[in-house]
Design a protein. Structure first.
Length: 382
């Protein structure tokens, strides 16, 4: 009998859910909260609102926001030092994937010591982390429910993948209202990021009946709502559905892991410092094409979730329809112009391909890929 493991935090979902941050930190036993965010979220007013709820709960706090969109290892060292000096005993991330990944990495360094490179890979965290709450501000990363932290190693110019069940936050707060202050471009990029999580986790070698349900639901929600969410900041129905899609995609890939798209894009982001979703948009359809032969029946189900009528089609033909539908969605949202447009050069591709082979996400890709396979996908993504 196969044994299935599935991890997820407590989830608080809905408009106005941000008001739960104070009570959530109190329930976890925190007295002084280390708040991690970035300047964009601060300028949107959400951090100030979160701090007001911490005050209402009688909690002290310390704010750290010296982070970039693709967080670097040096930023964690500074954050962990500030956490210890302020004598904090809990962590609250307010933001998307970057603040959340930084918060997780700070938690590791503050309690386990060493450098963040020591924890690259799977299950390297050995000591318990501080209580952690994440209030998501984007519909894409899904970091609020995952056991992942992705950090740039500046010396190697690549993104390190850190995977540990210790990194699953205690409480995830998903308030769709936070999405209303995001630009159309960021909405598109984060939405395609969520789509890539859902697609890759659905076909992952580690997928289970539990993760597959969340992945398919996420693909369906993204198909029906991403365009509308990009078109209007005030469309709360679309924002709510995209928030749910990101959440479900996050729960899926946290447990099923990902695939070649993320193994490759981690290298691109580490080198070029571009938004993760933009890079995903260039690579995802080409990885899907590469993977079709490994599980065409699954790609037919993806086509159905994308709203395509594939009645009577063979699995293979329907799978090709799925790829076309994803390309169309990416282009409709203003992305997917190719890696060359975001600064990639042909001379970088061989080293990026070699580095992608070392990424933990490649382990669960449904089709075996060697360096030449990865290089070919990179070239088709240019």
């Amino acid at each position: 009998m196969n044994i299935i493991k599935y991890v997820t935090p407590e989830i608080i979902f809905g408009c106005g859910a941000l008001a739960q941050v104070g009570d959530s930190m109190l329930r976890l036993g925190a007295r002084k909260v280390f708040v991690v965010s970035d300047e964009g979220v601060i300028n949107s007013g959400w951090v100030e609102k979160a701090l007001s709820y911490l005050k209402l709960a009688g909690l002290e706090y310390e704010v750290y926001s010296n982070i970039t969109s693709n967080p670097k290892d040096i930023e964690l060292v500074e954050g962990a030092k500030q956490y210890r000096e302020a004598e904090c005993d809990g962590i609250l991330a307010v933001g998307g994937g970057s603040p959340t990944d930084v918060a997780k990495a700070i938690a590791i360094l503050a309690t386990n010591g060493g450098s963040i490179q020591d924890y690259e890979g799977i299950n390297k965290v050995t000591h318990p982390l501080p209580p952690m709450v994440v209030a998501a501000s984007t519909a894409g990363a899904g970091s609020e429910v995952t056991q992942f932290a992705i950090i740039v190693d500046r010396q190697r110019n690549l993104k390190m993948t850190i995977i540990s069940k210790s990194l699953v936050p205690d409480i995830a707060i998903v308030d769709p209202e936070l999405l209303t202050t995001k630009s159309a471009k960021l909405t598109a990029a984060t939405g395609i990021d969520a789509l890539s999580h859902a697609v890759e986790s659905f076909v992952s070698l580690a997928a289970t009946p539990i993760t597959e349900v969340h992945a398919i639901n996420a693909i369906n929600l993204i198909t029906r709502n991403l365009r509308e969410s990009v078109a209007s900041r005030t469309n709360l129905k679309a924002k709510r559905n995209m928030a749910m899609a990101s959440l479900q995609a996050g729960m899926s890939f946290s447990n099923a892991i990902l695939g070649a798209t993320h193994a490759m894009v981690h290298q691109v982001d580490g080198l070029l410092d571009k938004h993760h979703g933009e890079s995903n948009a260039c690579v995802l359809p080409n990885v899907m094409e590469f993977n079709i032969m490994s599980c065409p029946a699954k790609f037919k189900r993806i086509a159905e979730a994308l709203g395509e009528d594939v009645t009577g089609m063979s699995n293979w033909v329907a799978a090709e329809v799925a790829v076309k539908a994803v390309r169309r969605l990416i282009l409709d949202t203003g992305l997917g112009q190719g890696l060359a447009k975001v600064g990639m050069k042909e001379c970088y591709l061989p080293i990026l391909s070699r580095n992608a082979l070392k990424d933990a996400c490649l382990i669960t890709n449904p089709r075996d890929a060697d360096e030449n396979d990865i290089l070919d996908i990179f070239r088709r993504s240019m």
